[in-house]
Design a protein around this ligand. Structure first.
Ligand SMILES: CSC[C@@H](O)[C@@H](O)C(=O)COP(=O)(O)O
Length: 343
């Protein structure tokens, strides 16, 4: 797979996911505002990838600060952090990564500004490398839940494209495949922005993992016919009680899975677990441009001009519908998470 995000020649290089699968193109962000805009415009998306990109955006912004006095420098980097934090509201990895960069800034206060600038780049790279390692660990724990011959349904894209590499939900699928299990994947197309059709289908085909694309409203019929054995999805934020915010439509999949007695798993790293948020009701849900619903790719209208639109980008799946949460530390019941991740 091509890298989703990388530090390249003093710029943050992003695979432009808004152009996939028709065009494999990269954009080089040379200032932090461009990084924040790329996150806002879904050029990079998926909770862990947003976090890694945000950390790199902060490091990039810090390089352009001219002050050599720590106090001035830190104030300006703080403003950069605040700006990047406005890019999207739901994925907690964004705030987690920015918080980690801020902590680094404080920890380095005795060093010269030139040294701090270099170390902020290193910290963002560490976050990236850790993210890949977390995904691979999750993959090992999750793969044990999948048996050869099974068909797994996934929603949205929680793959290498949504992380620094390997993926969360698709990391589980990828690990099972790498272990030689003969599995099939059903990818929900995931309206309105079609991350399943455009990204998951493309990503799995790149790795030659068998994938079949369906529209979102077909999942129930397939479950009733016994054609789906397990569901695994990613997460944008997991509250302390185990409620999970993920791409709109995830809740519907969980309800259908429960109705058909099919296990429903969520795969996510510790950076997605937000113990400060008590329940799903407290998770901010992003509302996006109505054009995402009224037109395909913003340019092919599918609804009458002026129609009222509601476009929440995420929904909350209550803990009681979730069979287990696959993390880098193992698989837990939603209610067990807080005890295992309170640091
Ligand atoms: C490993 S990514 C998990 C989630 O971030 C993913 O399922 C999702 O909801 C992405 O939404 P997006 O709006 O594309 O950023």
């Amino acid at each position: 797979m091509v890298p989703t995000v990388e530090w390249k020649d003093g710029a943050v290089r992003l695979l432009d996911q808004s152009r996939l699968p028709m065009h494999v193109e990269f954009i080089d962000c040379r200032d932090y505002r461009a990084v924040a805009q790329a996150i806002r415009d879904l050029k990079v998306r998926g909770a862990p990838a947003i976090g890694v990109t945000a950390a790199m955006g902060v490091a990039l912004g810090a390089q352009a600060v001219t002050s050599t006095q720590y106090r001035d420098f830190a104030t300006q980097v703080g403003e950069i952090c605040d700006h990047v934090a406005t890019s999207r509201p739901t994925a907690v990895n964004l705030f987690w990564a920015i918080g980690r960069m801020k902590q680094k800034l404080v920890a380095l206060s005795a060093k010269s500004v030139a040294e701090i600038k270099a170390e902020l780049i290193t910290e963002s790279q560490t976050i990236l490398e850790e993210d890949i390692a977390l995904c691979k660990a999750m993959g090992q724990h999750g793969a044990a839940l999948i048996q050869s011959g099974q068909t797994v349904l996934t929603h949205c894209n929680a793959g290498a494209l949504a992380t620094a590499g390997y993926g969360t939900a698709l990391g589980v699928i990828r690990a099972a495949w790498e272990q030689g299990k003969r599995i099939q994947v059903i990818a929900d197309e995931t309206r309105p922005v079609l991350q399943g059709a455009r990204l998951t289908a493309w990503e799995l085909m790149q790795d030659r993992i068998p994938v079949t694309l369906i529209t979102d409203n077909m999942a129930g019929a397939l479950m009733r016919q016994g054609k789906i054995h397990l569901c695994v999805v990613g997460a944008d934020r997991i509250a302390a009680n185990g409620d999970v915010a993920n791409k709109i439509g995830t809740y519907s999949v969980a309800v259908l899975a429960r109705a058909h007695n099919i296990p429903f798993y969520v795969a996510a790293p510790y950076s997605t677990i937000d113990l400060k948020t008590q329940s799903g009701a407290d998770i901010p849900i992003e509302e996006r441009n109505p054009l995402e619903v009224t037109a395909i790719h913003g340019s092919h209208p599918v609804a009458p001009p002026g129609v009222a639109v509601f476009n929440p980008a995420f929904d909350v799946t209550p803990a009681e519908l979730i069979t287990g949460i696959i993390t880098e530390r193992g698989v837990f019941k939603p209610g067990e998470l807080a005890a295992h991740f309170r640091s």
